[in-house]
Design a protein around this ligand. Structure first.
Ligand SMILES: O=C(O)CCC(=O)C(=O)O
Length: 307
């Protein structure tokens, strides 16, 4: 079961003990992973953003999480005009140093939301992943750039300043194979399919939907990917700031392999806790065996990023 607690940088408060001592499947022979999803406020002060994230990582640890995930653009305002100024080399910059230290200090896996990454003369929207020793074990550059035009509602062209990544990113932690996509990446079922084909039971999407597509598609897409691939999906958003240039939808959520929303936040800052139980993944996949029933003689999704 997943539960929420509130997050405030200065005054952390706990609404619920997130992981009851008896509730987690310690006797199961298949892996289970306690996770915390951080819906934090993001402003113009980069150092403060990093500190809020680090505080949340410590709060997650105090509440028993083994893995903590931050939202898209957690160290920078979201907008093409900000990416260059807030960008850093990966893993050389202050943001990576803070994430590495927080992972090592807490002994948790930290999925570092996203940050603008500078590499040569290019900018990427990049998620870094840190193991409990503080070593970077994966990084994902957003592969599908958010270029849309809904007249009168929202026009956004990430490709004005960002370059796209070109690989599928998965890693293993505590026996659970995990895949990473970033925000708009979730709209592309092929990418999620390839992550599932690599063995993932859990997909994490640091994301920042907006006030137009958020209410229409946020939950729908999360549940669709969970249902298509029969796995857990986490959508991790910044908290909503109505005064920001780009107003995030919020509603961080964890969805189970039945495509049920296990728990979700509203638009305010908070931490969401839940358990990834790979036994549930196995159950759904054996009870509705679509993975065995695909007509690969008719169609197939192929990873072209590998040689
Ligand atoms: O797909 C959407 O509607 C929103 C995507 C987005 O905000 C992003 O990729 O940053």
């Amino acid at each position: 079961m997943a539960q929420a607690s509130s997050l405030d940088a200065a005054h952390p408060r706990f609404m619920n003990p997130p992981f009851p001592n008896t509730g987690v499947k310690t006797k199961s022979t298949v892996p289970a992973l306690k996770v915390a999803l951080v819906q934090m406020s993001v402003g113009f002060d980069k150092k403060k953003n990093i500190q809020v994230a680090v505080n949340a990582i410590y709060e997650a640890k105090k509440n028993g999480a083994q893995l903590v995930a931050l939202p898209e653009c957690f160290n920078s305002p979201y907008g093409t005009k900000y990416f260059d100024e807030y960008s850093e080399r990966v893993p050389a910059g202050e943001t990576c140093a803070a994430l590495s230290k927080a992972a090592a200090d807490t002994g948790m896996c930290v999925v570092g939301g996203t940050m603008p990454e500078k590499c040569d003369s290019r900018l990427y929207n990049t998620c870094t992943v840190w193991d409990p020793k503080g070593t970077m074990i994966a990084s994902h550059r957003k592969a599908h750039l958010f270029d849309i035009d809904i007249p009168g509602k929202i026009t956004f062209r990430e490709s004005e300043s960002l370059s796209a990544g070109n690989k599928i990113t998965t890693f293993s932690y505590c026996g659970v194979k995990i895949g990473i996509g970033i925000c708009y990446d979730i709209r592309f079922v092929e990418m999620a399919t390839l992550m599932a084909k690599e063995g993932c039971s859990f997909l994490i999407y640091p994301a920042a939907f907006n006030m137009t597509t958020g209410p229409k598609h946020w939950e729908l897409l999360g549940r669709a990917r969970a249902n298509d691939l029969q796995l857990y999906v986490a959508l991790v958003s910044p908290a909503r700031d109505p005064k920001a240039d780009y107003v995030a939808w919020g509603h961080t959520m964890l969805i189970d392999p039945w495509a049920k929303v296990e728990a979700s936040l509203d638009e305010k800052p908070g931490l969401l806790y839940g358990t990834i139980d790979t036994k549930v993944v196995q159950d759904v996949r054996s009870q509705i065996p679509i993975r065995m029933q695909r007509r690969t003689d008719m169609y197939e999704t192929v990873n072209k990023t590998k040689s």
